[in-house]
Structure formats: C-alpha cells, structure tokens
Design a protein around this ligand. Sequence first.
Ligand code: BDP
Length: 690
Amino acid sequence: MKRFPYKLKSLLVALICLPNALTAIADNGHNLWLNDSDRHTSPQVSITGKRNDSPTLRIAENELKRIGWEGATTFDTGKRDMPEGAYSIMRTGGGATTISASSPIGVLYAVYELDRMMRCQQDILNINVKESPAYRYRVLNHWDNPDGTIERGYAGFSIWKWDELPDVVSPRYEEYARACASVGINASVLNNVNAKPIILSDEYLSKIKVIADQFRPYGVKVFLSVNFASPKVLGGLATADPFDKEVKAWWKAKAKEIYSLIPDFGGFLVKANSEGEAGPCDYGRTHVDGANMLADALRPHGGIVMWRAFVYAPSSPDRVMQAYDEFKPFDGKFKDNVIIQVKNGPIDFQPREPFSPLFGSMPKTNLMVEFQITQEYLGASNHLCYLAPLFKETLDADTHRMPAKSTIKEITASNDRLSAIAGVANIGDDPNWCGHLFAQSNWYAFGRLAWNPDMKADEIAAEWLKLTLSADPAFVSPMTHLMMESREAVVNYMMPMGLHHIFARDHHYGPAPWFEMPDMRRDWTATYYHQADADGIGFDRTMATGSGATSQYAEPIRLMFENKATCPDKYLLWFHHVAWTDKTQNGLTLWEDICRHYDKGLQQARQFQIAWDKMRPYVDSEKFAHVGDKLKIQTHDAQWWKDACLLYFQSINHLPFPDDMERPVYDLDRLKKVDLPLKLHGCPTRDMLP
Ligand code: BDP
C-alpha cells in the first residue's frame, strides 16, 4: 500500500516528461545546447544597413525560423558606433523586433540570444537587451595534430579530417562553427601548440582554406600554431634566427600566401623555447625578438601573434617563478599586435592554483588568459567537473597591481587595446563532441564567460542544463548544485589544500605522489611538488625561508601568502611546508585536515551518483546511462586518489587515520603498480583502472 502513491507519482512524471523524452531520444548529445528542431515559422524579416546579402544574415534568418520566432523583425547592420559583435534587441509589446549591430555577426549573435531566452523561458514579450563582448578575440585552442590525434584529447580523434580535405568537407566544420558562434566564440587555433612545420605547407594551407570558408559566415577566424623552426625545416633555410634577413622574408612571404587564400586569417599562436620546442633563444635572441618579427610579418594583413609565456627550465630553483622572471623585464617591448598568452596559474592547469603573478605585472603589454577546457588534470572526460568556478576564480582574482581596475578580468578585458581570452578545447570526433556529456558545459561556459566574464557560474550552469537536458526546475535546481560542487570535489579527492602536480607521469590521469626517477628532471617528478618528509609536507615558497615566489605578488597578497597563519588553507601547501601536527585554520591538525578533504571528495562523488539517479525522469535513457557510467568511474577514481595519496603520505608520517574516517580499501603496493600507457590516447576505460 505504501508504495502505491510513489508509483503513481512516477507515472505522472513520466507522462508529463514524455514529449521531452521523445525529442531527446533522437539526440545522442550531438546537438550540444542547440535545439535542432525546425519549427518553420515565417517571421517577416527586413534588412537595413550594409551588407544585406551577407551569408551571415541568411543564417540568422534561418535560425530565427528554426527557433520559432514570430512577427515583423528588422535586422539593422548600420550601427557604426557598436563594436564588432555587439548588438541590441528591442521588442515592443506589438510584437515587432529590431536587432541592431554594426555588422552581420552581431545580428547572428542576437538571434542565438533570442533562442536562449526562449528556451530558458525568459520574458520575450518586451525585450530590451544590449550586449557587447568583453574580449575582442574569444579563442579555442585545439591541440590537434596533423595525424588526427589530439594532445590531451579525451573525445576521440580530431574533427579536422586532413586526409579528406580539401575535397571532402565534413559537415562537422559548419556544425562546430555554429556551436562556437552560438556562444560568441570567434577564433579557433586549429592545431597543437607543439606545432609541426607541415601545417604551413601549401598542401595544408589549401585544406585550411576550406575550413576557414566554412567558419567565415559564423564569424570564426582561423589561427594556426606555428613552429618557430619552420623557415629551416619547411623552407630549407640554414637558420630560423629572427634577425636573419632571409628568415624575415620567409615569414613575410608565408603570411602573404596565407592571406591570399584566407583574407581574414587571424594570426599565429607560438610556443617557443618551452618543453623542447624551437624558439628565438636557440639563436641567442629573446622572446621579444621572436614575437616582434612574426608580428611584423602579419601586420600588413591585420594579423596578430599570441605568444605563450609557458616556460620553465630544469635549472630554475622553483618552476612557478620562471614565467614571471623571464617575461616581466620585457614589459613594453612587444609590438601592439602581439599578445602574451599566460596560463591561469603559474604551473600548468592544475585542479587549483593561485593566479599567475604575471597578471597585472606587465601594464604596458597585451596579456591574455589561457584556460584548459580539456580536463588533462581533472579526470579527463571521465569525471564530471564543471569548470566555470575555476575560470571565475582566476577572472575575479584581484591582483592589487593597479589602483582601479585590478582584477584579472578588468586587466585583460581592457577595451583600449588588443584583448583576448583562450581555452584549450575539449572537442573531438566523438558523437557528443566532448566525451562526457557534461564536458560540453565547459565549452559552453568558456564561451559565455569570454563574452561576459561577469556572468555567474551557477547562472551559466542553469542555462546550459535548460538548453541541453531539461528546463524542469526539479531537474535544473539539483543539477546546478551538483555542477557547482563538482570542481571542489575533484580538488578534494585529488589535490586539496594547495597540493599540486602529484599525478602519474605523463598521462596525468591517476595519482602517483611517490613518483620520482633517479635521472629525471626534478620538476617532472611528484615528490618535487609535495616535498613530504617525516616532519611535514608542502613547497616552501616564502621569502623568509623558501624559494621566494611570494615576492612575485603585490601587497597585500604577498603578505597574506607569505604568512602561514593568513595564507588561505586552499593554498597552504602551495606556499608553505607545514608540520603534520600543526593546526590549520579549521582547528584540526594538518594531517587530519588532509584526510578530511580526501574523504570528503570521495563522499561528494558518491553523492553525485545518488543525485543523478534521481534524475531518470528528466533525461532520455541513453544520456542517463552514459552519465551514470561516467559517475561510476569518477567515484571509483576518487577512492583510488584518496587511498593512494593518504596511504602514501601515511607511509611517510606514520600517523593514524582520524577515528571517524572511512578506511582505504586498496593496498598501497597495488596502487603503485597501476600502469596506464604513458601516452594515453583518450580516456582510460574501466578495465584499465585498479
Ligand atoms: C602541459 C601538457 C602538454 C602541453 C603543455 C603546453 O601536458 O601536453 O604541450 O602543457 O601547454 O599541460 O604547452
């Protein structure tokens, strides 16, 4: 008797959700947050202003029909005072809509905004919206190789089908550009920063032209990562020295060739003198010399250079300090069409890092943030980890470097000069693009924040959930909560309290805090980063007794990080070597606090499974099973991380576990033997895990 009402309720829920479920069944996640139902309404669209024959406006009109827009609608592209991409939408009670912009792409962005508003059930009777992008270039960096593999890719092979191009044009190129445009992304670097010179060959350029042609109507500019040694390797010159006349001429000619094929080509992204890549320092020149030489080659065509500050050498006493030490002295020396691309944190896309001290330290230089959307260090596409909170943590961080605008978003989004923001893409040729359905939300959130870094992470999560899965509040509310908690859960079960880079070698998927090798660079081992010994754990980066990395931050942050008592617990072991028995801000001993974090992370993963299981009525069965399977792996991995780290640290400190903590289920010896292939292509599957 007791169960009857419950069943009745489920039946009702199922009936109410049936229409939703039916449309969703046909969708394996390929449609992303875009609804592909074509409702074929016929809004009367009239176009005023320039370029009324633009392919972009035709797309905008079709999208308007697809979303079921009604009534008289005017596209006005004559608003010269609006920046590129900006738009306004006015809809009066009478039903007439005017979309204004300075160019067609602004109109297309406005139509995607209308789609979002409709499907997120916002009031569309009276609309008065004005939008303008915060950053000029909103960039996806693909780490795709010419052989079709993707460095740190966890969603299949590259969507660029080099073998088939230029003859066969995959429908994915347009689908990709449309998805990017729908969230305002307007630039795409097609290939890996570890760039092969062949990408600049005539053969490849003719393929790239085809992709660029597909992207153009959606306002997405193509960029390429270039290998600094290209004049030598590809051009047959004796050197790639940026001061050499022939080298300069080679780059100029190459730029001219590219622009003759792709007139709106964006420019180059360069990883130089980093992790073995070629660069100007090979010839006794500097980053400034290299970047400015390329900038000169691109300038006549309007192109830009994104030059990366990701540098670290084995000789450096503390890896986190090097980018700042090497780049800060160059402030004011780069040309104005160069922008320095700085990773959000000073090491390398860890689950949590303090912000890179370069932000705010080079006021006379264009600087952009680089995030990693692909989850190299956050469980690949196996773990549900919503990254907007991580992105926001950096963008909202106050550098205290400038009197007024001193948060990272304010510094980097300045309208007065070249501005950009980049994310390393998590996209591959898997049917659902990103491997994990929820990893799509990270592509989406990156785009939304690149457009408007003031948006809130939970607002974006709710939007994505409504657009992608279900707008039912009984679904959106608990799932927003879960997404918002997910990144912190990953930090808890992987690297809490400022721990970092204790991953297994190379593939960076599982834990290996014990990892070191006799002849290896110290900064490629895990023990270098955690520095655990019988007394304590953590990397001393204070000025008083450690590497002095705290000195790279402005007051009062420097002082806050420098002082153990005021350093936030979340960064404690990043900046300090702390005794196991010292008290943390929680009043626990450090060892108890570390144990508590790992255990909490595991409990959180288990709660995610329970929360997801309750969502069955709102999601089609295929997606429901897919996410459930991934959560199972995530929970398994959380246990693996917790056990590996706590058992290993315990083998050093010999302290007991807190009485009330769940005991590990694995043996340390067994976990040390887990042997995933070093160069992991894709996500580890369950049979590869302990
Ligand atoms: C590291 C990756 C490596 C990349 C490098 C980079 O492990 O594959 O090439 O970053 O950003 O995180 O250049």
